[in-house]
Design a protein around this ligand. Structure first.
Ligand code: BF8
Length: 612
């Protein structure tokens, strides 16, 4: 077959139009071999499927299914890191994070050496998949436990067992009650949070807690005269191993004619992980992952799992770029498969050799690297934020932040998370919302592809604080920067990590709620996935609701076909959270600002709404 050299996500989307309206509304059911069945959302034609499933049942089942897929993905990621911890040289781990996590999980640390603590931690981690969900529940404050307990949303089993229960409910002839299915989805999302908390904290123990780091972002980080290796996927295991070994291959890269040596760049959430811990430049996010290869300058596209488009090998037919898959869970036809887990050291060496060979092949050929490149400061783990705030109050580091929220200098906090979606002009919703929210003095944190969007548009460059932020927020960012001798302010939007790292803003929210003696749902805190795409994003949005947060999603969710399911999610009586579906970014920002003001009034921080 002849390669399609014009292929990209945007023209493949165009070729799909018009997309199926039944599917978009969640009204196409393929759960059994009597189907597919579909229900007309306009009331014309059958109102039930062959088995009698109503629109409410179909929509609620599909919602639960999406949360189950997202949870399974995060669980697989967490398991991969448990395996890494079992095989890791204990001398290399972050001892202080190990002790902090172990103590929270009630593992005795007093006078014990790291080997013993790690052994116990691995045992707890393993039982998280089967018997319990200590990891997430130990992060949440008692008030949230009480809310979840009252609503019967505390998980009964471990992560895998909850996923099994969800998939069972979806089976032909099982749970048909939309309220029961939605509540199962919300309970399952606690398992998703559990997997995210575990993945983040094990990554920190294995590879270090992120600290602020200055790097560059966007496609201009590629170099014509370097062996460019793109690190794509999600787990830091592969990227950390390549980062550690690459210096040993510098000489062979230069001998091959690459005067700039080896240039590692990040894609997607692996990009976020490598940036936050190692200062590796971030090249692209999920949506524009094909673009780096189209420059002709990538010498190896190395992937592990999740959010990797199978189209990469089609692009490779045109550019000659080696695409190397490394996880049996994410093979792509046409890619070279080198299984990382089997022999990490040999795999990494082979990857570096393949990339160097490719440079020899492409040396002297024209490449097209756009100049787009921004300065970005990333690495704001909760620990890094606490350290920065401790320069204002070493005894009670959270107090300055709470005081600023109380005084209104920081009107509220917004988490902008999740993917880019081809249905939205790339980055538009992120940028339009952040422009509104920052001007209104709302402190913004970002994760996942959202963080990528902000990096590309200068929202993580401290030089842009005065232009983008309202007066009081700008003053705060300058003040914290000064106290930390940064030579400038903190950036307008704080990069808190990859998608699994949404556990970091959750930990921050939990700490704030505890310190302010209120529930997470009372805080002037909102979340948004304005360009959500994947089931993982749906699972994360659901656990944010389970925590009582207002959660905005800016693209259609397949729930529109059931008013009952929409009502259950819109104002979730079970958790105090709510789902806000609003496609227009400016409207969404206005809604979130209103909610922040409502929460401020309820907390007694404001008498009335501030000027819009
Ligand atoms: O996990 S934000 S497109 S890359 S799912 Fe995927 Fe969405 Fe990007 Fe990372 Ni998260």
């Amino acid at each position: 077959m002849i390669a399609d050299c014009s292929t990209n996500v945007w023209n493949r989307y165009d070729a799909q139009k018009p997309q199926c309206g039944f599917g978009e509304a969640g009204l196409c059911c393929r759960n059994c071999l009597q189907g597919p069945c579909r229900i007309d959302p306009h009331g014309e034609g059958p109102a039930v499927g062959v088995c009698g499933a109503t629109a409410d049942t179909m929509v609620a089942r599909q919602f639960l299914e999406a949360v189950a897929i997202g949870t399974a993905s995060h669980a697989a990621h967490a398991r991969h890191l448990v395996a890494a911890l079992e095989g890791m040289d204990i001398a290399d781990i972050d001892r202080s994070k190990l002790k902090q996590v172990a103590a929270r999980l009630q593992i005795d640390t007093d006078g014990r050496d790291n080997t013993d603590i790690v052994r116990d931690l691995v045992q707890v981690a393993r039982s998280e998949f089967t018997d319990q969900q200590k990891w997430s529940l130990s992060v949440l404050p008692e008030r949230r436990h009480a809310e979840l307990r009252g609503a019967k949303l505390i998980p009964n089993f471990g992560i895998d067992a909850e996923i099994r229960e969800a998939l069972h409910r979806i089976h032909y002839g099982c749970d048909a009650d939309p309220a029961s299915l939605i509540s199962a989805a919300i309970r399952l999302s606690i398992a998703d949070l559990d997997a995210c908390c575990m993945a983040t904290e094990l990554s920190d123990i294995l590879f270090g807690v992120p600290q602020p780091v200055v790097a560059s972002a966007n496609i201009g980080v590629l170099k014509a005269d370097a062996v460019n290796i793109a690190l794509h996927g999600h787990s830091p295991r592969l990227s950390e191993a390549i980062i550690a070994t690459a210096p040993k291959f510098e000489n062979s890269a230069r001998a091959a004619g690459a005067t700039a040596g080896i240039n590692l760049v990040g894609i997607c959430c692996t990009g976020n992980e490598a940036l936050m811990r190692q200062g590796i430049n971030a090249c692209a996010s999920m949506l524009n992952q094909e673009a780096p290869m189209l420059t002709g300058a990538v010498d190896a596209m190395v992937t592990d799992y999740q959010c990797i488009m199978p189209s990469l090998t089609e692009v490779a037919k045109c550019t000659g770029t080696p695409v190397i898959t490394t996880s049996d869970s994410a093979k792509i036809p046409g890619a070279q498969h080198l299984k990382f887990d089997e022999n990490p050291e040999a795999t990494v060496k082979k990857i570096l050799m393949i990339a160097t060979q490719n440079f020899k092949r492409r040396k002297g050929k024209v490449v097209h690297i756009p100049k787009a490149k921004t300065t970005s400061v990333a690495g704001f783990s909760v620990e890094a934020l606490i350290t920065a705030l401790s320069r204002l109050d070493s005894d009670q580091p959270l107090k300055p932040l709470i005081d600023l929220i109380k005084s209104g200098h920081i009107r509220g906090i917004g988490l902008l998370a999740g993917c880019n979606n081809v249905k939205v002009k790339q980055d538009h919703n992120f940028i339009a919302m952040a422009e509104e929210l920052l001007k209104k003095n709302i402190l913004l944190v970002a994760t996942g592809c959202g963080a990528g969007a902000f990096m590309r548009h200068g929202f993580m460059d401290p030089a842009n604080v005065d232009r983008l932020c309202g007066e009081t927020l700008a003053k705060v960012l300058h003040q914290i920067g000064e106290k930390n001798n940064l030579g400038g302010p903190l950036p307008p939007v704080l990069h808190m990590g990859s998608c699994v790292d949404n556990s970091r803003p959750v930990a921050l929210a939990a700490a704030l709620a505890t310190a302010m003696d209120c529930d997470i749902s009372d805080l002037p805190l909102v979340a948004s996935a304005p360009e959500a795409t994947t089931p993982k994003a749906m699972a994360i949005a659901t656990y944010a609701m389970a925590l009582g947060l207002p959660v905005h999603v800016g693209v259609p969710l397949p729930v529109g076909g059931s008013q009952n399911a929409m009502n259950l999610l819109r104002d979730d009586a079970l958790t105090g959270g709510r789902l806000i579906l609003e496609p227009v970014a400016e409207n969404a920002a206005a809604l979130l600002i209103n909610i922040i003001d409502e929460h401020r009034i309820k907390l007694g921080l404001s008498q009335r709404r501030a000027a819009a």
